[in-house]
Design a protein around this ligand. Structure first.
Ligand code: G3P
Ligand code: CA
Length: 325
């Protein structure tokens, strides 16, 4: 699969402007012309897929106030310990660090929430409705979060997600839905057991983040690793610093050949996460970041917290490329 103009994936919605994964943030992303809107998905105790980045509720909701005493021994409140009825009593807020401070201090105030946590079905209904009422067709970009953890809790996250997509009539829309995971096993389950036709994107973390237990992301970025990914996936979603590694003494951008080697295997490349308020070292502006990734690295799309600005820059650099001899 290739795309002519790089796509813009609204990362957790228009999350630079409204609390992540709330329906207002998704509606705003749609209004900003995002090509795809991202859903990170976990399950409730009663097995309902909800749109939430963490397996925990405490960084982005008022769960500690509403349900004191429901944390596990590690002090965290796990979404899987709460029924949907209980989760409906929570309000989402801008992400806070454990000491209570806003993770992105210049964004929407990290005050107690104004909006609840949507189910995946509710979010799809919103996007369906906006696709109908507006002259713009946004797609879904669904990440299964911590499928192995869900398995240890007796839950089957990929199957639950596919059931929602099937019920909403999105399970065959291979031009409008991507499925993503950091876990190769979850992607293989989707392809070989659940037999999805939807394109699959292998996310690539750093081993140091301890994102997915035994997965070796260093090995995944080697030629042999990419060969293996290409057997079950259609693309990769690398951390942007795996493609760009700062500047040398002369101020020249240092890039890797990961995107080139992925493209050589027919894999699309959608790096994360583009944030105007958290630029990588050696990059002076959001425009420069997009120019580097679109023009030099030729990525096929980006996950962006600022879908309005990334959309404009995608158009700008696609037009520049077309105008070149
Ligand atoms: O899914 C792409 C990107 O969102 C991965 O990072 O942690 O924001 O889900 P994360
Ligand atoms: Ca994600």
């Amino acid at each position: 699969m290739t795309t002519e103009q790089p796509i813009v994936i609204a990362h957790r919605g228009a999350s630079a402007y409204l609390p992540e994964h709330t329906l207002p943030a998704k509606a705003m992303a749609h209004a900003m012309g995002a090509d795809f809107i991202e859903q990170d998905v976990v399950l409730t105790h009663d097995g309902v897929p909800i749109v939430l980045h963490d397996i925990h509720l405490d960084s982005t909701t008022d769960v500690a106030k509403v349900f004191p005493g429901r944390a596990r021994a590690d002090g965290r409140f796990y979404a899987i310990d709460f029924t949907l009825a209980e989760i409906r009593r929570l309000k989402a807020h801008e992400r806070r660090s454990p000491n209570g401070e806003a993770v992105f201090p210049r964004r929407f105030p990290a005050i107690d929430g104004i909006s609840g946590i949507p189910t995946l079905a509710e979010e799809i209904a919103l996007i369906d409705g906006l696709n109908r009422s507006r002259d713009h067709q946004a797609g879904l970009y669904v990440e299964m979060k911590a499928s192995a953890f869900h398995r240890t809790e007796g839950q089957n996250l990929p199957a639950a997600v596919m059931q929602v997509l099937t019920d909403a009539d999105w399970d065959q829309r291979k031009d409008r839905v991507f499925l993503q995971s950091f876990e190769p096993d979850a992607l293989r389950q989707l392809k070989y057991e659940l037999k999805t036709v939807l394109p699959l994107v292998q996310l690539i973390a750093e081993n140091a983040w301890d994102e997915s237990g035994s997965v070796d992301f260093d090995a995944m970025r080697t030629d042999a690793g990419l060969d293996a990914v290409a057997e079950y996936a259609d693309g990769i979603g690398p951390w942007l610093m795996q493609l760009y590694q700062g500047v040398d003494d002369q101020g020249k951008h240092q890039v890797t050949d990961l995107a080139e080697r992925a493209h050589a295997r027919g894999l699309i490349v959608h790096p994360y996460t583009f944030r105007a308020d958290q630029l990588p070292p050696g990059i002076d502006s959001f425009e420069e970041l997009h120019r580097l990734f679109f023009e030099e690295l030729q990525v096929d799309g980006v996950f962006s917290d600022f879908p309005d600005r990334s959309r404009a820059l995608s158009e700008k650099f696609a037009n520049t490329a077309k105008a070149s001899p």
